[in-house]
Design a binder for this molecule. Sequence first.
Ligand code: PLP
Length: 384
Amino acid sequence: MGVTETDKKYVANTYARADVVFLRGKGATLTDRWGNKYIDFGAGIAVNGLGIGYGKWKRAVKAQLKALPHASNLYYTQPCAELAKLLCKRTGMKKVFFSNSGAEANECAIKTARKYSFDKYGENRFKIVTLINSFHGRTVTTLSATGQEAFHQYFMPFTDGFTYVPADDYEAMEEAVDDGVCAVMLELVQGEGGVKALDKEYVKKVETLCRKKDVLLIVDEVQTGNGRTGSLYAFMQYDITPDIVTTAKGLGNGLPIGATMFGAKCENTLTPGTHGSTFGGNPVVCAGAIAVIRSINEKLLSGVNAKSRRIRDVLAACPKAKSVSGLGLMIGIEVDNAQEMKEQCLNKGLVVLTAKDKLRLLPPLNISDGELEEGLEILREVLS
Ligand SMILES: Cc1ncc(COP(=O)(O)O)c(C=O)c1O
């Protein structure tokens, strides 16, 4: 039995996989089992942010794998402590909880917001306001947090206590944040929901509202984080100070990690026994993530913005690209048939993604000029 047949027979049928078996990759180039090469404008859905097999990451991971692959959270390990310190120094946040995925990072944020409120105000102040078209994960609670009806099917009963309001509608937000609300949770650029950046003035007003009502502001940077939008975290471009920032994906550059970062207000909300994770803070994953965060410097970020401009310039001259949205190297393209175009790109040797009815580009942040131009040439053909 071949790989595809074995997968179809034995792997749970939850993904509509494209008919490609990837064997290896380097930087922004993937190779399939027939030796065909593909330029990667998807980065494993924003995970391979520094490209496949990034040198500094690989060396750190290998060294830690040799020294100590796992010890458990009953003991201290250096990479976990070091990564938490690095994230706090670079973001101004105060403490970090490590897990294994974006959904878990958000689950932790939700638990923290509810406990913060419970400790201070008692019961019945547990609601969390999220945005329509948001995406926050696949656990029962993070599906509840996700403001899309399509995700509220089959698995009832969902976790209670979520309210959804339209993005960029301040009045709706103000009305929703009543005395029963403990947190507001936002993606600053909605990823799965269609690559839509929130309005800066709106976000600033929401921050002020949260401060006034002692409601925690949670920013979900699972997709926008780790340099993707042209700053280390997107909140830095919005001139806000969130109470909780969650991230995952690109922080691990290929290994599973989730991080929930707490600001001063809630840095001590979680206490021994109130939360935990067997694999969270794993030394190998954390050693790799340290290399990732250290590599996200001014030079890399200005490269992200330059590459973003280059992609937008090319798209501006493509007749089938009706509009372009997003921030940095998180780019949405409005087209007539995103699914069909994605397949055309793949057949020509370019990996792209979709988000709702848009094409979505999430290339590695350090993609070489050669790989970028090669990919853009294919995109130009498909969109002309
Ligand atoms: C904004 C956002 N939050 C949460 C998640 C869930 O992350 P994970 O699949 O790692 O659980 C995603 C995944 O696409 C995401 O884009």
